[in-house]
Design a protein around this ligand. Sequence first.
Ligand SMILES: Cc1cc2nc3c(=O)[nH]c(=O)nc-3n(C[C@H](O)[C@H](O)[C@H](O)COP(=O)(O)O)c2cc1C
Length: 217
Amino acid sequence: MDLLNAMQTMNACRYFKPDAVADDLLAKILNAARWAATGSNKQPLSFIVVRDAAKRRALHDLYQPIWDTVMQKYASGEFKSGFTPKFLGHVDHFARHLDTVPVHIVVCVQWKDLTALDANLDRTVLTPGSSIYPAVQNLMLAARAEGLGTTLTTLLALAEPQIKTLLEIPADTATAAVIMLGWPEKPFPQSLKRKPLAETAFLDRYGAPLPGASAYV
Ligand SMILES: Cc1cc2nc3c(=O)[nH]c(=O)nc-3n(C[C@H](O)[C@H](O)[C@H](O)COP(=O)(O)O)c2cc1C
């Protein structure tokens, strides 16, 4: 499939069929992650494909209370999001059925190989993720090209110690994300809801219009 079309239609899939994903297809998709660039080509990433039903159940049991807390904060107004109740219903369904998603992929990273160049700035540290998420996006786009749905999740960062015990992850290795993957129950969207290009791409200085950007809304 056309790469731009894959990018434009790779939604967060929250409804999955129970159908299995073949081993050779999974290996092909994971191979796409391998080609991503990492700082100094250190390649600090590895991926644990979790198919075992008991382990997926355990990941669900870790995820559910974290999601419930987030959901309560949206409901009480403590977290402001603008999410509609319908959208939150989809996310809640996803949480409650997480264990039925056939494949969970835990993204592992040898964190000492990451560089936090911006650690001394007075804001959230951004640069370490730059050696992680290009590979995650490669993997998810490769899955999309095969007709598989994915959702990137990071909520389980709050349960990293328990996940490390569950999956026997070594001490020098962190968990960066868990990708949920399977055959989608619903069709892919024609396009995703994203800001118009003119709001996010500039020429020569922040805020200055980029010629041609208005064609992409
Ligand atoms: C960094 C990141 C973390 C995310 N974490 C979660 C998560 O923990 N749980 C979840 O249901 N969705 C998660 N998502 C999915 C986003 O909510 C979703 O991509 C966003 O709402 C836009 O939806 P769309 O991609 O279908 O257009 C995450 C996405 C990203 C990029």
